[in-house]
Design a protein around this ligand. Structure first.
Ligand code: GLA
Length: 416
């Protein structure tokens, strides 16, 4: 079925596709591409769980119900993980006769509305995945040409979050594709957090702020520290990309803020390819990056150590800080990195990473960090040990032995 609204955009588009790609942000001021997202839905980075990193397309109603139950029992919902998002594979291979998407009949025998209602009753919000191309990455029907119809379906189901991917997009222009879906969601009337997943290919940080609440900055993450496989990269490589795409020393951080976040991808915390130290570092650094905290592990089988990492409220408070400033890498050597994030109330988060593959005896000199934070006296609180460590005046250095890829995460607060 043709989508009249998409045709409308094409008819009124004043420039050829190539020019629109080049002119990126400028095109958002063109009347028919103008779209305003539902504002205020993500004043702090969204938190939740997504099925992809562990289950790929092997998802079902039963799995989601179990995950929701465990997220309540484990304290995850209470800690802030309130979105449950079904990624690729939730739908049938073909649309119905009316053009509507159909939930996969074996995986979701009771349909999506019943599942959404159930999750809402438990206190969660509900998210789905689709794609701006003709097919999703898993080969299921994409939304191209069906944007307004799909948005109406999501509204009728009770969808609160849409992750929108970029496979099979052919020659489609990214700004047009994502703006069209944003307009469709707006037209359908139900507030939806819109998550752009075009892998950073068209620099969405420069144009997606008005139409979306978050955007992927890179290709996919995988559960290893620093491996890479074709389109996918381990945690450390994804971390480095947040800086290597930089416009200034803040890296991509200059584009992020309340209601518009860089998304370095869903977390691999607790997945088998990472040590516990690496999961702790991954989590800490995502908090310093003001990243969406979307867990991607099998929460039904997580260890107590991983549960404690994911529900560390002091680290989560860094991620969810209302100032909404993304942190940046302040210092880097082959062995050690220091990441710093400004927080509200004059506080700062400081994360020291052992980037080497060996155990490392390391010292943090607060006068060095003071080049960013200012040299006033701060109290120091360790966010993993949950302990006060004195003040930067009384304890001018912090010395620790760190396991490979482990971190220190502290919060500095102005001393009274
Ligand atoms: C892409 C996305 C992933 C995931 C898969 C699903 O690779 O980047 O996050 O959604 O598609 O097929």
């Amino acid at each position: 079925m043709e989508n009249p609204s998409t045709l409308g955009i094409m008819k009124h588009t004043p420039l050829p596709l190539a020019a629109r790609v080049v002119l990126g942000g400028l095109m958002l001021s063109a009347p028919l591409l103008q779209a305003q997202k539902f504002e205020g839905l993500a004043m702090t980075p969204p938190m939740g769980w997504n099925s992809w990193n562990t289950f790929e397309t092997n998802i079902s109603e039963e799995l989601v119900e179990d995950v929701a139950r465990v997220m309540i029992e484990s304290g995850m919902l209470e800690a802030g993980y309130n979105y449950i998002v079904l990624d690729d594979g939730w739908m049938a291979m073909e649309r119905g006769e009316d053009g509507n998407l159909i939930p996969h009949p074996e995986k979701f025998p009771n349909g999506m509305k019943a599942l959404a209602d159930h999750l809402h009753d438990l206190g969660f919000k509900f998210g789905l995945y689709n794609c701006a191309g003709s097919l999703t990455c898993g080969g299921y029907p994409g939304s191209q040409g069906h944007e307004f119809q799909d948005a109406r379906l999501y509204a009728s189901i009770g969808v609160d979050y849409l992750k929108y991917d970029w496979c099979s997009h052919g020659t489609r222009d990214a700004i047009e594709a994502y703006t069209t879906m944003s307009r469709a969601l707006k037209a359908a009337g139900r507030p939806v957090v819109f998550s752009v997943c075009e892998w950073g290919q068209n620099e969405p940080w420069k144009w997606a702020g008005d139409i979306a609440h978050l955007w992927r900055t890179t290709g996919d993450i995988i559960d290893c520290w620093d491996c890479n496989e074709r389109w996918s990269n381990g945690v450390k490589k994804i971390l480095d990309m947040q800086m290597s795409l930089q416009d200034d020393h803040n890296g991509l951080g200059i584009y992020a803020g309340p209601d518009h976040w860089n998304d370095p991808d869903m977390m691999e915390v607790g997945n088998p390819g990472l040590t516990v130290a690496e999961s702790r570092a991954h989590f800490s650094l995502w908090c310093v990056l003001a990243a969406p905290l979307i867990a991607g592990n099998d929460v039904r089988n997580m260890s107590e150590e991983i549960r404690q990492i994911l529900t560390n409220k002091e680290a989560i408070a860094v991620d969810q800080d209302p100032l909404g400033k993304q942190g940046f890498r302040f210092f880097q050597s082959p062995e050690k990195e220091i990441w710093i994030r400004e927080l509200s109330g004059g506080d700062w988060a400081v994360c020291v990473l052992n980037a080497s593959n060996e155990r490392l005896a390391t010292t943090v000199d607060w006068s060095h960090v003071g080049l960013v934070t200012g040299t006033q006296d701060y109290t120091i609180r360790d966010l993993w040990l949950h302990q006060e460590l004195g003040s930067t005046h009384d304890e001018p250095e912090l010395s620790r032995i760190l396991e490979p890829h482990d971190v220190i995460l502290v919060r500095l607060s102005p001393a009274k």
